[in-house]
Design a protein around this ligand. Structure first.
Ligand SMILES: NC(=O)c1ccc[n+]([C@@H]2O[C@H](COP(=O)([O-])OP(=O)(O)OC[C@H]3O[C@@H](n4cnc5c(N)ncnc54)[C@H](OP(=O)(O)O)[C@@H]3O)[C@@H](O)[C@H]2O)c1
Length: 515
């Protein structure tokens, strides 16, 4: 599927036609001086302007603690955009929006800022004719999600009247275990309708992740093979080279399991395993996603130790540079029992997937930054090439690359040219950037746009957020109450703890190499 094998069909690429612009709205960001806002949200808004997808009737109100006025806030955002934009910024395009940026200084716990916001909104709305629509983005620590929504509701800011919409994007982490996720859902739903809540997982903003559904359900070639008759197992990897950096405070209380599995990893698993939805409408897709999570065999009893592996990195070398161990990081307890690596085995108990294990792994201080789904097919039922050199024969794989490159590759076995039958694996690769000339984006563009047009397909519904936690709750609980005596159990720069390799080797399988 690389560009030599398949040339883009210009008719098809164009036939999808231009997307309509998003609805007019005022974008209210809580946590407007934070890392997420400057590094990802504002560059994403700029990319929407460039793509002609943002309404001209658009304004931003930022809320944070720093003492500054709107003029200073505009200057700061302009400077940040210069640093973090994913493409060259055209000053005249940014200028148009810049004049409609406002700032409210204050503490989220102070009811006054909600009063100020209630006064400011009609004024800003009128200036740009935002039609009364407001998108609230909670770019704050998770502790504030419930209280901000509650105070917004008290100030009458979440009511939808006369077709004017009020939507709230809630960042991750959505709770810290099943119980707290349930409590957060209940709290949000006491002020908002489910249809107003957009629980974000920015992985779902990636083209490749959305493309999983198209790849599976638009290709007659793929879907008939996508089941336990032909697939041996699935591996999902989200590996990071970086260690805990300056997030020790947060990370040491969270750990890799909480931080990555109930959201990113299980979302990828769900997209891989989902049944065809009746349509691509939000609820059809989300119903099918919920069904996958409901079919996960609970990990309990002895399976907790057998199916879940935790690791913590010690000192090592990454790309030739010495790296100190996790316990030596700032704001990390010197005897920390927090895991920086997780590997798990899930079984999906339904007709399609019975008997096909889904292995997931994620970790820090690993040799490569990579997010990918590897679908390994069963071997051909009989080898016709017994006399041939088959030492290189591998099972066929479909590899869905999500990060750093986005694309899909398929590995097949082919005959090496020459008089003898000798076999070698070959790869067909489709790279998004190369094929569609796609500009780099932050992963937030699609999600912001979707929220502005009221399409919740790529956001987590309350029940799936809870189901994600439910899938790992026993493991979380067990790990909380038992120390892992051999921590640190992998060196920075290695591929993770030995127990992770054992998890697969017990089943006669092995991880795709990370180096
Ligand atoms: N950063 C990322 O790459 C990223 C990626 C995915 C998800 N997220 C999620 O996004 C959320 C925000 O992350 P972040 O990295 O942007 O955090 P951050 O850099 O700590 O920013 C938090 C923002 O909230 C403000 N704030 C905190 N407490 C406040 C209070 N009581 N009253 C008023 N303002 C207050 C901070 O203002 P001050 O400047 O005054 O402290 C700052 O503007 C988190 O839930 C995180 O998990 C972040």
């Amino acid at each position: 599927m690389n560009s030599q094998l398949l040339s883009p069909d210009p008719n098809c690429v164009e036939s999808s036609g231009p997307h309509p612009k998003a609805d007019p709205c005022v974008f209210v960001v809580f946590g407007a001086a934070g890392d997420l806002t400057k590094r990802l949200l504002i560059p994403a808004i700029y990319n929407l302007i460039e793509a002609n997808l943002l309404s001209e009737n658009f304004a931003i109100i930022g809320i944070a603690r720093a003492d500054k006025d709107s003029e200073q806030f505009r200057k700061d955002l302009t400077e940040d955009l210069g640093k973090y934009a994913t493409r060259a910024v055209a000053p005249e395009k940014w200028e148009k929006i810049k004049n409609n940026i406002h700032y409210i200084q204050g503490n989220f716990d102070d009811q006054h800022i909600y009063q100020k916001l209630a006064e400011k909104l009609p004024e800003v709305d009128k200036a740009v004719d935002a039609k009364g629509n407001v998108l609230f983005y909670l770019a704050t620590g998770a502790d504030y999600f419930a209280s901000i929504v509650h105070r917004l509701a008290e100030a009458g800011l979440t009511q939808e009247v006369d077709g004017k919409w009020r939507r709230v994007i809630v960042e991750k982490p959505f709770g810290e275990d099943l119980q707290s996720a349930k409590a957060l859902n209940a709290s949000l739903l006491s002020s908002l309708q489910e249809s107003q809540i957009y629980r974000i997982d920015h992985y779902l903003g990636k083209e490749t992740v959305q493309n999983i559904l198209v790849f599976r359900f638009a290709n007659g070639l793929i879907e008939p093979l996508w089941n336990n008759r032909y697939i041996d197992h699935v591996q999902i990897t989200v590996s990071e080279v970086v260690g805990v950096e300056n997030r020790g405070n947060f990370y040491d209380n969270a750990g890799a399991l909480r931080d990555m599995v109930p959201n990113h990893l299980l979302q990828l698993l769900t997209m891989t395993a989902i049944e065809p939805p009746t349509s691509f409408a939000a609820d059809s897709v989300r119903n099918e996603k919920a069904k996958v999570l409901q079919c996960l065999r609970p990990i309990e009893g002895d399976d907790i130790v057998l199916h879940a592996v935790r690791g913590q990195y010690g000192a090592g070398k990454i790309k030739g540079e010495s790296v100190s161990g996790y316990r030596q990081s700032q704001k990390v307890r010197p005897d920390s029992n927090t895991e920086t690596y997780v590997a798990m085995k899930f079984n999906i108990e339904n007709w399609r997937w019975a008997g096909v294990p889904f292995y997931i792994r994620t970790g820090k201080a690993l040799p490569q930054k990579r997010s990918e789904i590897v679908v390994t097919f069963k071997k051909a039922p009989i080898s016709l090439f017994q006399q041939a050199d088959c030492s290189n024969v591998r099972s066929n794989q479909v590899i869905i690359n999500i990060q750093p490159e986005e694309g899909i590759s398929i590995s097949l076995d082919a005959k090496i040219p020459g008089p003898n039958i000798a076999i070698s694996p070959v790869k067909m690769t489709f790279d998004y950037k190369q094929y569609f000339g796609q500009a780099v984006n932050t992963g937030y563009e699609t999600l912001l746009y979707d929220c502005m047009i009221g399409d919740a397909t790529l956001f987590q519904r309350g029940d799936t957020a809870e189901l994600g936690w439910q899938a790992i709750d026993n493991v979380l609980d067990y790990w909380k109450h038992s120390r892992q005596k051999d921590f640190p159990n992998y060196a920075a720069g290695s591929s993770g703890p030995k127990a992770s390799d054992d998890l697969l080797s017990r089943d006669g399988r092995y991880w795709k190499s990370l180096s």
